[in-house]
Design a protein. Sequence first.
Length: 160
Amino acid sequence: GVETKLLDIDRDLLLIPNVAIHMNRQANEGYKWNPAVDTLPLIGSAGAAGKLPALLEKEAGGKILGHDLYLYIRQKASVWGVDEEYISSAALDDLECAWGCTQGFLKSGDSASIPVLCVFDSEEVGSVSPQGAGSSLLEDTLGRICDGLKLNRGRMLAQS
């Protein structure tokens, strides 16, 4: 039968390149990034992209009918400095905000309302992804909660 499978290819497979600052004279003049061009990942030399389906099928252990691919930074976080007083990590600003909000949410106590904490993805690309803040994810989820509990959406939103 057909099944959904989550794969994590545990190796460096793609890279979003950037040139050295001395090769991009506009870097210190407020360079305007074009995400459609400047953030495209490279998979290898000519013909490498054609090998991706076979690699995915090998990793999945069978034929793939369709897929969504998400890239993430594989570099591990590090503690550094003479006194190890600094932390460096990708998305640390977003993770810190999510952690702080989650702690507040967990400590908020009982409520007559339905507490909701939204932590979205894709802020770096303008929140325009199926799971980003610019998507209909929150509205759809709240709508389903209202429908499931037979609540009036307008009243619920007015009380939020």
